[in-house]
Design a protein. Structure first.
Lengths: 114, 115
């Protein structure tokens, strides 16, 4: 049973436009959410995170929004650049536990066209 | 600062053979994780070390997998004997002390192919 779901396997956007990647979760015990970016043949790279006590976190072109009541989060990239083309993984963690193991979604392949 | 390094980057072995993967975490990171991604699926947690102690090995598929972290530095993950379904990319991640927000740093992964 997948606790973190990314229902869109792929997304294609035009350079300069906004990219919106979505993620849903089922486990209400998750209290930290992270986005990782992954290029081919590389490991996931941390992008941005958000605590469950917040509803928005911004870092440059990247903003993550959290809707706890809907158990939904989204990553906004604006403006999108060709170098943003990668697989984006949504991940969740329970900080109150004994470890920060991450539960990942299947990823969304973002393609930004020049 | 050196990142998380994994060796080898690729390994092709025959079913029934043994393979050992190695992970060198970021210096000073007590927390070390192993994850695996089978083709097309999500990245799944395997186990977690704090220094040399196993904190959580709930994600280990079966007893053909053995992870160690002697001395609390590098870690190895041995698969013996390997089966076809063990194929995938094995990621190692490390993380600094507790108290901050979770932010694991991943290595580039080891792509294991069992034929």
């Amino acid at each position: 049973d997948q606790q973190v779901k990314q229902n869109s396997p792929s997304l294609s956007v035009q350079e300069g436009r906004i990219s919106i990647l979505n993620c849903d979760y089922t486990n209400s015990m998750f209290d930290y959410f992270l986005w990782y970016k992954k290029y081919p043949a590389e490991g996931p790279t941390f992008l941005i995170s958000i605590s469950s006590i917040k509803d928005k976190n911004e870092d440059g072109r990247f903003t993550v929004f959290l809707n706890k009541s809907a158990k939904h989060l989204s990553l906004h990239i604006v403006p999108s650049q060709p170098g943003d083309s990668a697989v984006y993984f949504c991940a969740a963690s329970t900080r109150g536990g004994s470890n920060y193991k991450l539960t990942f979604g299947k990823g969304t392949l973002l393609t930004v066209n020049p | 600062e050196a990142g998380v390094t994994q060796f080898p980057s690729h390994s092709v072995i025959e079913k029934g053979q043994t393979v050992t993967l190695r992970c060198d975490p970021i210096s000073g990171h007590d927390n070390l994780y192993w994850y695996r991604r089978v083709m097309g699926k999500e990245i799944k947690f395997l186990l977690h070390f704090v220094k040399e102690s196993k904190q959580d090995e709930s994600g280990m598929p079966n007893n053909r997998f053995l992870a160690e972290r002697t001395g609390g530095t590098y870690s190895t993950l041995k698969v013996q004997p390997a089966e076809l379904e063990d194929s995938g990319v094995y990621f190692c991640a490390s993380e600094g002390p507790r108290g901050g927000r979770p932010k694991a740093f991943f290595g580039q992964g080891t792509r294991l192919t069992v034929v």
